[in-house]
Design a protein around this ligand. Structure first.
Ligand code: MN3
Length: 244
């Protein structure tokens, strides 16, 4: 009996010390994990840009946008904009509370900060503007707003396509809401309609990347073919939500 008790005691001691060892080994990991969100909630820390997880697989938009293009676009081009803008934010001691705050003051920042912030934000917005599985065009509030501003979806589509096709060199085509009135605008480079430097400003609803890196592997110089294919992967539910 006494031996049994002793064995239990030893066993319990062993469990406790193993538990303590595990806890002690875990502690630095827990502390590290806790630091990441704290950096963002700290009022003295500036906003930094983060790359959203791609909301679908690289091959999800096939055959309209190929997997290789998506992979390079996301892991190389977009990831580089994210790294570079955050380097610039640190180097230039930029202190902002949000991406919107950043863009509203962007004329005061360096070209590196501006261009890479645009690249960081625009691509997050672009990935979420697309979805797998095709679509049958806009419905609900966004359909009504498009009909009201452009006459019909077909007229809107033709006008947006013309803006995207005609954007000289690298840039973007946008559908924006300017206090409820929908407009189509093109921006050069990584500019966007949130920037205080933009000639036409508004709330972005939909964006199309017409840089060659977005389509060259599959479509080469045929930007119109890429644009025609892209209409099949527009996420109209997301566009509708943005209008709200
Ligand atoms: Mn791009």
């Amino acid at each position: 009996m006494e031996q049994n008790n002793r064995r239990k005691f030893l066993l319990n001691s062993l469990k406790l010390s193993v538990g303590a060892a595990v806890l002690s080994a875990m502690k630095p990991l827990n502390a590290l994990a806790a630091e990441t969100p704290e950096e963002h909630s700290d009022a003295s820390a500036t906003y930094i840009f983060e790359q959203i997880p791609l909301p679908y697989a690289y091959n999800a938009l096939e055959p309209y946008i190929d997997a290789k293009t998506m992979e390079i676009h996301y892991t190389k081009h977009h990831a580089t904009y994210i790294k570079n803008v955050n380097d610039a934010i640190q180097a230039e001691k930029i202190n902002v509370t949000s991406a919107y705050d950043f863009f509203s003051k962007v004329s005061g920042y360096s070209a590196k900060a501006k261009n890479n912030a645009g690249g960081a934000w625009n691509h997050n917005f672009f990935w979420q503007s697309m979805r797998a599985g095709g679509n049958s065009g806009p419905t609900g509030k966004i359909k009504a707003a498009i009909d009201k501003s452009f006459g019909s979806f077909d007229k809107f589509k033709a006008e947006f396509t013309a803006a995207a096709t005609g954007q000289f060199g690298s840039g973007w085509a946008w559908l924006i809401s300017d206090n409820g009135a929908l407009k189509i605008v093109g921006t050069p480079n990584q500019d966007n309609p949130l920037m205080d430097t933009a000639p036409v400003k508004g709330k972005p609803l939909l964006a199309l990347d017409v840089w060659e890196h977005a389509y060259y592997l599959k479509y080469q110089n045929k930007r119109p073919d890429y644009i025609a294919a892209w209409w099949n992967v527009v996420n109209w539910n997301e566009v509708d939500k943005r209008l709200a």
